[in-house]
Ligand binder design. Structure first.
Ligand code: DNO
Length: 354
């Protein structure tokens, strides 16, 4: 297991110099942010980023994310050029020594929350999602949710939603298959592992199709191209927002088959209705048994990348919601501690069996 930390580049208030001080930190997860979605990432930009990271004694082997253009998700004309560009980006990344590429296939908007500042009892604040709030929104009137309102003009958003509503889930699957059939052979040849991130939250939203939500979806996705290069970012918090998803069982199954390349570790407090909020990483604070999930990775012989996913805002820190330094650093140390405990226990058991 290799512990990593997401870094948003020079604009990130969390400095690489701070990240390297977190005990047990292996590397950085980042992206080239100044190239428009759909264009090729030039080798020079990737190399510049890599050098900055390596100068701090950290490795740079994971990209999060190379975004997939909406026209590919929608299966529109022009997707041929876009997928060729995507493939070229993968080759360039491989040339620079990158190993894993995280991406997602969520229509319109990546993750969705109804608030970014839910106050917890201890005075910290966190990201939360309430089903009722979303149900009350009429997308035709615009979507006043964090991220959505700033990203699209109401008319453009309306048109995009209509396009997706028209294609539905099965067509979205077909468009994903079209993408994977072209990109995975290139990744395989270049030595890159693709790792899809599940839908967050794992449910349809505003009538938009969502297709990476549970064990069955993951199974279907992996079967589209049966190659280790067609793999997963197993995000405990995204999938765990649905209380019917058994994360440890998914880890045992898919890591056991060598198809999880990147583990996002986040804890959430969920309920039957589908509401959730993000907690500290500690098992006792949320609904997910993080120790059990780490044990599942350990038992599967997982050697991939892990990162503490979102953290709460604590100790007066401000900045990008979910991506402060403090709580994520605590998360990394906690996860490393669990791993060390599990590894020592396993070694002791083995020793006593001999
Ligand atoms: C949220 C992240 C996601 C993730 C993308 C991957 O904080 O986990 O934005 O990076 O879905 O493509």
């Amino acid at each position: 297991m290799k512990m990593t930390f997401r870094w948003y580049g020079d604009a990130d208030p969390v400095k690489l110099e701070y990240i390297r001080q977190i005990p047990g930190m292996y590397g950085i997860v980042s992206a080239v942010y100044d190239v428009p979605v759909g264009d090729v990432w030039p080798v020079a930009n990737i190399m510049a980023l890599k050098q900055k990271i390596e100068a701090q004694g950290l490795k740079f082997e994971v990209i999060e994310s190379v975004p997939v253009h909406e026209d590919i998700k929608l299966g529109k004309p022009g997707r041929e050029q876009l997928v060729a560009n995507y493939a070229q980006t993968l080759k360039n990344l491989a040339q620079c020594g990158l190993k894993v590429v995280c991406y997602n296939f969520m229509p319109v908007f990546d993750w969705t929350r109804t608030t970014l500042e839910k106050k917890l009892e201890d005075g910290s604040s966190t990201l939360a999602f309430e089903v009722e709030t979303v149900n009350q929104i009429d997308p035709a009137q615009g979507i006043q949710l964090p991220g959505w309102d700033a990203s699209y003009k109401p008319e453009a958003l309306k048109a995009l939603l209509a396009e997706y509503n028209a294609i539905g889930e099965e067509q979205l699957w077909k468009n994903l298959a079209w993408f994977l059939e072209r990109v995975i052979p290139v990744a395989e040849q270049a030595g890159i592992k693709m790792a899809i991130h599940p839908d967050d939250p794992p449910r349809p939203i505003f009538g938009l199709p969502r297709i990476v939500k549970n064990r069955q979806d993951l199974e279907r996705l992996l079967a589209i191209v049966d190659s280790p290069a067609n793999g997963l970012t197993l995000c405990s918090g995204s999938l765990g927002a649905d209380c019917h998803n058994d994360i440890a069982a998914m880890v045992r199954e898919f890591a056991g088959r060598g198809r999880i390349h990147f583990a996002h570790m986040r804890n959430v407090r969920n309920n039957e209705a589908g509401d959730f909020y993000e907690t500290s990483h500690r098992s006792a604070d949320g609904s997910l048994d993080m120790a059990e999930i780490m044990r599942a990775y350990f038992d599967a012989g997982f050697e991939g990348y892990v990162r503490p996913d979102h953290g709460r805002m604590i100790w007066g820190e401000t900045g990008k919601p979910g991506y402060g330094l403090y709580d994520r650093a605590l998360g990394a140390v906690y996860l490393n501690g669990l791993w060390e405990g599990i590894a020592k226990e396993a070694a002791a058991t083995q020793g006593s069996a001999q």
